[in-house]
Design a protein around this ligand. Structure first.
Ligand SMILES: NC(=O)c1ccc[n+]([C@@H]2O[C@H](COP(=O)([O-])OP(=O)(O)OC[C@H]3O[C@@H](n4cnc5c(N)ncnc54)[C@H](OP(=O)(O)O)[C@@H]3O)[C@@H](O)[C@H]2O)c1
Length: 313
């Protein structure tokens, strides 16, 4: 896909550039020679004045064309006891950024989550599989503070800047920050046995694939067939439980020399796993809208995991 990318005429502002996705996206933008400016906590998204002041300052060097927000409160369990901070970051913050984007004539991409759904699934009448993946227009019904505040953030964004793009993603992992793949590799190298939840279904998503998808969305918006603003789903293709994901990490990790000993993997139920908050049991997202709008296919989760682990080996 990289050959299709061409530099933007004016800079992009990447908010949350030090997080897992933000760091990955920064590296891609740098590699592609796409002009951008990045901020993290130093420009507090809960402060409309700080956002406006930064946009004002940047505009003196060339109008900001796009804003992408990767900043968020992502500690799902902690959020249950830290509701106000979580709400400020996940709901008010994106609303503030959308207002700044509208004011300064920039287009806006907000990242959101599969946790806006309750995970009970949409029953699939007359077919063998019990559920179909969630579509963008399915009713949201978050079951925890994190999902609720992200859902409210989506609403604030669309209220304040109706031409925004909201990309819901899920189960992210990548080179930077703490994530399931890193945790599993560490535990599998340390322990004789690891228990993993086998009753939550989702789609593991490589932050590098999502970064490429975000850049291609921007490029498409500058082309003749610009995707319509609004909600889109993007994850890697396929669905698996956390246990199935862990089993593949183990298999590939051993064959690539990233796991240097044997470790027994045991499936368990969510009820056995102490967690502050209930997580959706089935949060697979339907990506048809994104694939159709961009004319692209999306890599399957297991192929992307393989490419990621090979890059680490
Ligand atoms: N990770 C996942 O599995 C997952 C799944 C679905 C959707 N998403 C969504 O994808 C996006 C990116 O997630 P991520 O995992 O890359 O997030 P992340 O690693 O937690 O990064 C978030 C960044 O925002 C920064 N930040 C915190 N408070 C801020 C403030 N007031 N102003 C500006 N920046 C602030 C954080 O700084 P500190 O580190 O110092 O707090 C951090 O660098 C988020 O919208 C998230 O909801 C993630």
């Amino acid at each position: 896909m990289s050959e299709d990318l061409k530099p933007l005429e004016s800079p992009l502002w990447l908010i949350g550039n030090k997080g897992m996705l933000g760091t990955e996206l920064s590296q891609l933008l740098e590699k592609q020679g796409i002009p951008f400016t990045g901020t993290d906590r130093e420009v507090d998204i809960t402060s409309p004045a700080a956002l406006d002041a930064y946009a004002e300052k940047q505009n003196a060097h060339g109008r900001i064309s796009w804003i992408i927000n990767c900043a968020a409160y992502t500690a799902v369990d902690k959020a249950e006891d830290d509701v106000e901070t979580c709400r400020n970051l996940n709901a008010e913050g994106p609303g503030n950024i959308a207002r700044t984007a509208e004011k300064f004539g920039a287009r806006f991409i907000q990242l959101s989550t599969d946790y806006v759904f309750d995970g009970r699934g949409i029953p699939l009448a007359g077919e063998a599989a019990p559920f179909r993946p969630y579509r963008e227009d399915d009713e949201t019904r978050p079951i925890g503070v994190y999902g609720l505040t992200k859902r409210d953030g989506e609403r604030r964004v669309l209220e304040n800047h109706g031409e925004s793009y909201i990309i819901r993603t899920a189960w992210l992992y990548g080179e930077h920050g703490n994530n399931f793949v890193h945790t599993m590799l560490r535990l599998m190298n340390e322990r004789e046995e690891v228990k993993v939840v086998d009753d939550q279904w989702g789609s593991p998503t490589w932050a590098a694939d999502l970064s490429r998808a975000l850049v291609s969305l921007i490029m498409a918006c500058d082309g003749p067939a610009a995707p319509a603003p609004g909600l889109y789903h993007y994850t890697n293709e396929g669905a698996v439980t956390w246990f199935g994901f862990a089993r593949e990490i183990y298999r590939l990790g051993q064959s690539l020399g990233l796991i240097k000993k044997n470790c027994a993997l045991r499936p368990c139920g969510s009820a056995e796993y102490p967690a502050k908050v209930k997580r959706p049991a089935y949060s697979v997202l339907d990506k048809t809208k994104f694939k159709t709008a961009l004319g692209q296919t999306i890599p399957p989760w297991n192929e992307s995991l393989k490419r990621y682990l090979e890059s680490r080996a």
